[in-house]
Ligand binder design. Structure first.
Ligand code: 13P
Length: 252
């Protein structure tokens, strides 16, 4: 059975003090709303990962980093490696977020390499893809997502891909208040699962969690999560307040 997941991507928000109190509030509230089989993940900034690892230790909350460099180590000033993140105790790394593609020139080639380095450390990539507004409006979203999966993910073996979480995040829905309708989400999640089936077979595809991201809130999460191929959410803005984030966890 594939996992249900609610993951909070904090992006460039929260000081260490603020982040630790958010984790405390999530830890306190989670037992009241977290159903069996639903994983909660938080992805704070690098600077507080170490403190966050201590804070989540022994709780039901798992830890993710928001990015890593594609090389294991070396002369890359300002960068952070998957090895360092693993040493801290995080289990997940978000890879290929649209903001990294848009503002930091991440390419399909670098994303594919990052997925490899994350897997080589025994960590789980949360691999993001999704189309921009013009691509959706011109009906090219299926083609775009297919190309992304081909170029960034499908070099993996079946054994490797089973360790990946996919997050479909339509760029037009991120931070805009626009959300894919539950039917739009289901349609493209089913398409993504079909691509996985075509490449790896149904038994593998059925085991891979596919999360939805883009203006997911407590009031729309239930309907989106009720769709057959939606296995949870990657949450931005609503992950910054414990009440909202836990409201989304409660939607399962
Ligand atoms: P919002 O929930 O703020 O739209 O962000 C989604 C996202 O980018 C999560 O990675």
């Amino acid at each position: 059975m594939r996992k249900k997941i609610v993951a909070g991507n904090w992006k460039m928000n929260k000081t260490i003090t603020e982040g630790l109190s958010l984790i405390e509030a999530i830890k306190t509230g989670a037992p009241k709303v977290q159903k069996a089989g639903v994983d909660i993940i938080v992805a704070p900034t690098y600077v507080m990962l170490s403190d966050a690892a201590k804070a989540v230790n022994g709780s039901s909350i798992k830890l993710a980093a928001q990015n890593c460099h594609q090389e294991e180590s070396g002369a890359y000033t300002g960068e952070i490696s998957a090895t360092m993140i693993q040493a801290i105790g995080a289990e997940y790394i978000i890879i290929g977020h649209s903001e990294r593609r848009q503002y930091f020139n991440e390419t399909s080639a670098s994303i594919a390499k990052k997925i490899n380095v994350v897997l080589s450390k025994g960590l789980t990539p949360i691999y993001c893809n999704g189309e921009v507004k013009e691509e959706r409006e011109s009906g090219r979203h299926f083609e775009v997502v297919k190309r992304q999966m081909n170029d960034e993910l499908f070099h993996l073996s079946a054994e490797e891909v089973l360790k990946v979480v996919v997050a479909y995040e339509p760029v037009w829905a991120i931070g805009t208040g626009l959300t894919a309708s539950p039917d739009q989400a289901q349609e493209i999640h089913a398409f993504i699962r079909q691509l996985l089936t075509d490449k790896y077979g149904a038994a593998v595809a059925e085991e891979i969690s596919i999360l939805y991201g883009g203006s997911c809130k407590p009031d729309n999460a239930k309907e989106i999560f009720s769709k057959k191929d939606v296995d949870g959410g990657l949450i931005g803005g609503a992950a910054l307040k414990a009440e909202d984030f836990l409201g989304i966890v409660a939607a399962f």
